[in-house]
Structures are given as C-alpha cells and as structure tokens.
Design a protein around this ligand. Structure first.
Ligand SMILES: [Zn+2]
Length: 94
C-alpha cells in the first residue's frame, strides 16, 4: 500500500528523510524533500499512507488550497477518515 502510494507519485522523485518533529507528522519542501516524524511507526499503515499522500500532494500544490484537498480526494477518497483515525490514535502516544 505504501509502495503503491509512492509509485503513484514516483515521476516526481521525492526524497524522504526521518526527523523528530513536535507538532507535525510530516513536511515537504518546494524542492521535493519529504520529512516524516519517526513517531509514525506507531501508526496504522493506512494512517502512514495518509501522511505520505498529504506530503506528496504538496509536491503538486504547496498550499492547503481547495485544489490541494481536491487532489487529496482524487488519490485517497477516505483521507479525512484516516486523518481522524491518526489524530485519535496519537492522543494515546503523547
Ligand atoms: Zn500540508
């Protein structure tokens, strides 16, 4: 599933790195470097895919605009559910 998500965006050749972050699950630079929070290892694969899809979508649309959320819905129709599931689970880790 993770591989499938990455493959969908592979023409963009994103670089991925891991770094501790206090308030974010991930981030994405304009040059295509995606940073993921190592705390995500505790998350369900569906939720990790959501974070990846979110950051990868930033390669196509930097802002959280209407277009951004439309792109997210195209690639992952249930992203809102996954985001909520991640937020609910994360309360137990902190
Ligand atoms: Zn974002």
């Amino acid at each position: 599933m993770l591989k499938a998500t990455i493959n969908r965006f592979s023409p963009l050749e994103p670089q991925v790195r891991i770094r501790r972050m206090v308030q974010r699950w991930g981030s994405c630079t304009p040059t295509g470097t995606i940073t993921l929070n190592p705390a995500l290892v505790q998350a369900a694969p569906a939720c990790i895919d959501y974070v990846l899809a979110h950051e990868l979508t930033h390669l196509l649309e930097p802002a959280h605009s209407a277009r951004f959320y439309q792109l997210m819905t195209n690639v992952m129709p249930d992203w809102r559910h996954r985001r909520e599931r991640l937020a609910t689970a994360a309360v137990r880790w902190s």
